[in-house]
Design a protein around this ligand. Structure first.
Ligand code: NAD
Ligand code: UDP
Length: 318
């Protein structure tokens, strides 16, 4: 049996979709997990099942403010991820990205903690290179509606690398591509949750634009595995590394798959494409495969099946 060392691990944004799954995994491994969240988009319901665990603690805190804690590792996930939520208060989104990164990097520097940043495929913007590999610098509008998030995340990456070079902070940066699964909020606004909720309630499925734009969808369990491998990996591989499922689908294909999988009577309707909506997105994951021996295992059909089953339970309960 592998020797397993128990660590104190801080998960910022731990009550959100990805953060709650990460807390589950780390609590299960026996670590002392500190979940920090201000419940901007996350919910207590996502982590309520962990409250009785002796190795789980919840801290209500806004990461735009400093905090002093003793930890060995930090996973920095705090930030609204859905366009409707990060655009609701764009100045706050920038503060969370940048002040949050500065506060967590300062903490990591002081207590010599290892720190992982949940960055995003949005750093590539509307990509002129396809698929996107880590060496591509991106095509991002600095003054558009998505910029608070895209540029906030880009600046956070800059801060991570500057603290690494200047202060020898032990960093990891992962660029996460569209991830879906149980515990996405039904009103989250992202495409997978929107379409499933619409299909299960037989409402019109809202495809933005003509639906020919593409995305690659990663199931949450695969993503968490990649993140943990990156944190545990060797100190000379700090990233950035893409984590995502390279299967590429148009948004119209996704709508049709979800209608089929739910047996829904929903019709597809077309609405205006939001500003700066990237036309195509697909990760090149050869770096993650080589350095972390990581490739996703759950295909879209199977992942949708599990996610639809989750939404059925929460929609019938409400
Ligand atoms: P989410 O909105 O479900 O979770 C974000 C969490 O951060 C929420 O619990 C929210 O309450 C918390 N939060 C927001 N602002 C905060 C603040 N100022 N202080 C403390 N907590 C705050 O989103 P998610 O999908 O779980 O995303 C988690 C992270 O992963 C984000 O950083 C996001 O940018 C990144 N990411 C996610 C995806 C994806 O497809 N899910 C893709 C790329 C990157
Ligand atoms: N989208 C859509 N209908 C919706 C929600 C989203 O057609 O109800 C589209 C959106 O325009 C984008 C894609 O689905 O092209 C993915 O959107 P999401 O908000 O999930 O993530 P992101 O744009 O950040 O990749």
């Amino acid at each position: 049996m592998a020797l397993h060392l128990n660590k104190r691990i801080l998960v910022t944004g731990g009550a959100g979709f990805l953060g709650s799954h990460l807390c589950d995994r780390l609590v299960e491994e026996g670590h002392d997990v500190l979940c920090l969240d201000n419940f901007y988009t996350g919910t207590k319901a996502n982590i309520a099942h962990l409250f009785a665990k002796p190795n789980f603690e919840l801290i209500r805190h806004d990461l735009a403010q400093p905090i002093f804690l003793e930890v060995d590792e930090i996973y920095n996930l705090a930030c609204p991820a859905s366009p409707i939520h990060y655009q609701y208060n764009p100045v706050k989104t920038v503060k969370t990205c940048i002040m949050g990164a500065i506060h967590m990097l300062g903490l990591a520097k002081r207590v010599k903690a290892k720190i992982l940043q949940a960055s995003t495929s949005e750093v590539y913007g509307d990509p002129a290179v396809h698929p996107q590999s880590e060496s591509y610098w991106g095509n991002v509008n600095p003054i558009g509606l998505r910029s608070c998030y895209d540029e906030g995340k880009r600046c956070a990456e800059t801060l991570f690398f500057d603290y690494h070079r200047q202060n020898r902070v032990n960093i990891r940066v992962v660029r996460i591509f569209n991830t879906y699964g149980p515990r996405m909020h039904p009103n989250d606004g992202r495409v997978v949750s929107n379409f499933i909720v619409q299909a299960l309630s037989h409402q019109d499925i809202t495809v933005f634009g003509d639906g020919s734009q593409t995305r690659s969808f990663c199931y949450v369990d695969d993503l968490i595995e990649g993140m943990v491998r990156m944190m545990q990996g060797p100190n000379d591989f700090v990233g950035p590394v893409n984590l995502g499922n390279p299967g590429e689908f148009t948004i119209l294909e996704l709508a049709e798959k979800i209608i089929h999988s739910t047996g829904s009577r929903s019709r597809i309707i077309f609405q205006a494409l939001p500003q700066d909506d990237p036309l195509q997105r697909k990760p090149d994951i050869s770096l993650a495969a080589e350095k972390l021996e990581w490739t996703p295992e759950v295909n879209l059909e199977e992942g949708l099946k599990r996610t639809i089953a989750y939404f059925k339970t929460i929609l019938t309960a409400s």
